[in-house]
Ligand binder design. Structure first.
Ligand SMILES: NC(=O)c1ccc[n+]([C@@H]2O[C@H](COP(=O)([O-])OP(=O)(O)OC[C@H]3O[C@@H](n4cnc5c(N)ncnc54)[C@H](OP(=O)(O)O)[C@@H]3O)[C@@H](O)[C@H]2O)c1
Length: 327
């Protein structure tokens, strides 16, 4: 797999990473631990060197699985994790107080079975803690060798600038995909200016862009999508036209819709590294195949034209979660 560099800090990772969240959290019951470990190792064997987790996924459980899976080849991989929620539980609210960040780092190091976190993201901007204080404590953790690079997630432009002035930010991780293009307006130009890499999360639209979620799909209580307006029955029905268009383009190119969704992201900037998540080996292989899908200028124009004809229905987050985003 080709490598990409996230921003000016020189952090080199595989062009496509693995989002590990869904193995323990967010999309229903956790995957059996050994199966999850096998999947993460299968990704490494296929060239993935960038693995994404967070204290909040479990809480702690996902980091433990990632740590055990990657222990045999720890030096060959980049592990990204995140701090920022009270007790590691998103529903309990935000907590980026410096003492809490230190505590999460120490606990994550144990769970990940390592002596350093390659990339430590603030999961959400905390309005009660000045960004300078957050960046300051991560800077200290970097000096101490516990952390190698600093990242932010879903942060707005002002927060990114303030953080970067204290401790250079290696990467921003925010949602970006064929059906959520907000970062294009202000954030991507800012990242280009500051030399910060970009890691799109939910690059497959939480599964929707792959064409495998039809208008009649329903989601269980443990599946986060059951509270997401964009996955309501009406929105799923209305948004099928997007999937039809992506499917047509994929068929003509002899690839899959998931591969179009990922190749499109890779084609946006050379410092973009998507982290699709899956619990299944055949889908992992399909997703990694996107690194070899080249979109021509004509392909990209066709995709742009197709996207322009569809008005996506439904918010990407319910109001309670939207309130935490992008300050
Ligand atoms: N920073 C943040 O706030 C934040 C928020 C969300 C996610 N993330 C990170 O980003 C990663 C990826 O995001 P995500 O998991 O939300 O969304 P995603 O990667 O867009 O989609 C994952 C979903 O798509 C399905 N899927 C994957 N590959 C597929 C394929 N080839 N064909 C059909 N279905 C496929 C998966 O189901 P199966 O398991 O059944 O394949 C899963 O339900 C997460 O693992 C996490 O590490 C970060």
């Amino acid at each position: 797999m080709q490598k990409r560099t996230l921003g000016n800090t020189g952090l080199k990772v595989s062009a496509i990473g693995l989002g590990c969240m869904g193995l323990s959290y967010g999309y229903g019951p956790a995957t059996d631990r050994q199966k999850a470990i096998d999947l993460i190792r299968a990704a490494y064997e296929r060239g993935v060197t960038f693995f994404d987790t967070a204290e909040a996924y479990g809480p702690g459980l996902n980091e433990e699985v990632v740590g055990e899976a990657l222990e045999p080849f720890r030096d060959q991989v980049v592990i990204a994790t995140k701090f920022g929620f009270k007790n590691g539980v998103p529903d309990e609210g935000l907590d980026s107080r410096p003492e809490r960040i230190r505590q999460v780092a120490d606990e994550a190091l144990k769970r990940l079975r390592t002596d350093h976190i390659d990339l430590f993201y603030q999961h959400r901007v905390d309005p009660d803690v000045p960004m300078e204080d957050v960046a300051g404590v991560v800077k200290e953790l970097i000096r101490e060798g516990k952390v190698h690079h600093f990242g932010l997630s879903e942060a707005g432009a002002d927060s990114i600038r303030r953080a970067h002035a204290v401790q250079p930010v290696a990467a921003l991780q925010s949602e970006y995909s064929l059906w959520w293009r907000e970062p294009e307006a202000e954030i991507l130009p800012l990242l280009e200016e500051l030399g910060i890499g970009f890691v799109p999360f939910s690059p497959l639209g939480k599964g929707f862009l792959t064409g495998t979620i039809d208008a009649n799909a329903t989601f269980g209580d443990k599946d986060f999508r059951h509270i997401v307006p964009r996955f309501s029955a009406e929105a799923l029905k209305a948004n099928q036209s997007l999937v039809v268009l992506i499917g047509e383009i994929a068929r003509e190119k002899g690839v899959t819709p998931a591969q179009i969704a990922l190749a499109w992201l890779l084609a946006q900037r050379p410092w973009i590294v998507p982290i699709p998540g899956t619990t299944k080996l055949h889908r992992l292989e399909e997703n990694l195949g996107a690194a070899n899908v080249e979109l021509t200028g004509d392909d990209r124009t066709r995709i742009e034209r197709a996207l322009a004809t569809v008005e996506v229905q439904g918010e990407r987050y319910p109001a309670s979660l939207q309130a935490r985003v992008g300050r």
